[in-house]
Write a protein that binds this ligand. Structure first.
Ligand SMILES: Cc1ncc(COP(=O)(O)O)c(C=O)c1O
Length: 375
């Protein structure tokens, strides 16, 4: 694969049965969403994350859209979610006409600050959307407790958290409905792809229908509802099945990359490194993030520029939702300050940590980082 970076920020590992299963699809002629592997992948995936039902879709953003729609929120209902996440989490809320209520994040785990949720719950609150960010899970126990107390639904976005556990329970097994992404930088990839999981048959059926433009069984091309075409293909399922077989190995590799970075970078006192363990989880380092401290002699932009010059690709952290121009111009989030989210956005970056990263490449990245800070 041609790559302009010596060390790209992410490259997937496709060395298992991917080719074999793809060839099988080609030989059998099943390339669209019609094909035996789609169901097979869904069943295996549901089992892996301890859910009854899994509905595959074309990407993680689509998964969030359909999961959200399956919960039947109304206009003006309120939805709680963190500001520090990808825009995909808020899109269905805005498009559905509900009111997003943003919460700041925890400075240590970069996840929603659970201590700040309860005072934002009102009579109109219906849903909490909880993404797990960058390798550590959100603190689910108090969130589920609040949901029970106030009769709220939980949509868990486990896009970055396949194979990660919270108190030994699989991420993705908590929400009334939960979602995953299989983009090329995720723990398993199908190129593009996503999954919705739930234990509620009605939610699963609703998502299946929405995924397939709400065709109905009695008379094709007669539609009682508005859906989408977010179907997932047999080809993608072939990749997914081969990738899923390797999930434990991938998780081990991610953790090893994280450990090596932590060991080598912990002595540099100008940034915070990710926590390896917290009381309810062990970091899976979906990405390896660094957070520049205020005493850093190098600004984030210059740090990234210097690494780029030496051939190391990096990425900024998310930009907080309350400062997204697309949402601001619609009139959302006037005069809202969420200092931790803003700090994370302005001072965080992540280093190469893809599943194909070699130890030689990782050593090279570490050397370049040290060169910048330890002159
Ligand atoms: C937390 C989270 N949710 C949703 C998504 C969207 O997934 P996709 O890129 O497959 O649409 C991402 C993508 O990185 C993500 O990190």
């Amino acid at each position: 694969m041609k790559n302009y970076y010596k060390v790209p920020v992410n490259q997937p590992s496709l060395l298992g049965n991917e080719k074999k299963y793809l060839l099988q699809c080609l030989n059998e002629g099943f390339v669209s969403s019609v094909g035996p592997l789609v169901k097979k992948f869904e069943l295996k995936f549901a089992k892996k994350v301890d859910r009854k039902f899994a509905v595959s879709v074309s990407n993680g953003t689509a998964a969030l859209q359909l999961a959200y729609e399956s919960l039947n929120l109304k206009k003006n209902d309120e939805v709680i979610l963190p500001s520090f996440t990808i825009i995909s989490c808020i899109l269905p809320v805005i498009r559905g006409g509900a009111k997003p209520v943003l919460i700041d994040s925890d400075i240590k785990t970069w996840n929603i600050d659970v201590g700040k949720i309860e005072k934002k719950i009102t009579k109109k609150t219906r849903l909490i959307i909880v993404p797990h960010i960058y390798g550590l899970p959100a603190d689910m126990a108090p969130i589920m407790k609040l949901a029970k107390k106030y009769n709220l639904k939980v949509l868990e976005d486990a896009a970055e958290a396949l194979g990660l556990t919270y108190k030994r329970k699989m991420c993705g097994s908590f929400g009334d409905v939960s979602t995953f992404s299989f983009y090329a930088n995720k723990h398993i990839t199908t190129g593009e792809g996503g999954m919705i999981v739930t234990n509620d048959k009605k939610i699963a059926e609703r998502c299946r229908s929405l995924r397939n433009i709400c065709f109905n069984n009695e008379r094709r091309f007669l539609h009682y509802d508005l859906g989408w075409n977010y179907r997932f293909t047999n080809l993608q399922s072939a990749l997914g099945l081969a990738q899923l077989e390797q999930l434990s190995k991938f998780i081990r590799k991610k953790r090893k990359l994280g450990r090596v970075y932590n060991k080598n970078l912990s002595k540099i006192k100008f940034f915070d490194i990710p926590l390896s363990n917290i009381k309810y989880a062990k970091n899976v380092y979906w990405v390896y993030g660094l957070l520049l401290r205020r005493n850093s002699p190098v600004k984030l932009k210059d740090f990234m520029k210097k690494l780029k010059k030496s051939g190391v690709e990096t990425r900024n952290f998310f930009w907080p939702l309350h400062q997204q121009p697309a949402l601001k111009k619609m009139g959302f989030f006037k005069n809202i300050k969420l200092p931790i989210s803003e700090y994370l956005a302005r001072n965080g970056l992540y280093l190469p940590s893809g599943l194909s990263l070699t130890s030689y490449q990782q050593k090279f990245v570490i050397k370049q980082v040290k060169k910048i800070f330890l002159k």
